[in-house]
Design a protein around this ligand. Sequence first.
Ligand code: ZN
Length: 125
Amino acid sequence: MRSRYTAFVLRDEKHILASWHPKSRPKNLNFDDFPVTWLGLAIHRVEQGGPGDVLGTVEFTSTYVENGVLCALREVSSFVREDGLWFYLRGDCQVDRRKVERNAHCPCGSGKKFKRCCLLTTRPG
Ligand SMILES: [Zn+2]
């Protein structure tokens, strides 16, 4: 789960797709369409997912800036274990979007103004 988050941050498409269950796996991920700056991951709840389980559930919130908007994605992800490996099956998510003032401190914690930091790097074109 955490390794998937890291893979998203690093845009490691190979790892993300490899850990996706074949039943629900997309053909590819269009990272270039989504200029995103990841800010953090908070795990709220883990159910099952232990050595003796075949199913696991993780509820988490990941925060990021996309296209100049601060987003908090809350998701309940389902994982299934096959041949000793965990695969991401599906997720139910909702995204909270909040506009950040151009002159406010950037939510990434850089100490810079938003317009000089993640607003610049997450604007397409
Ligand atoms: Zn920033």
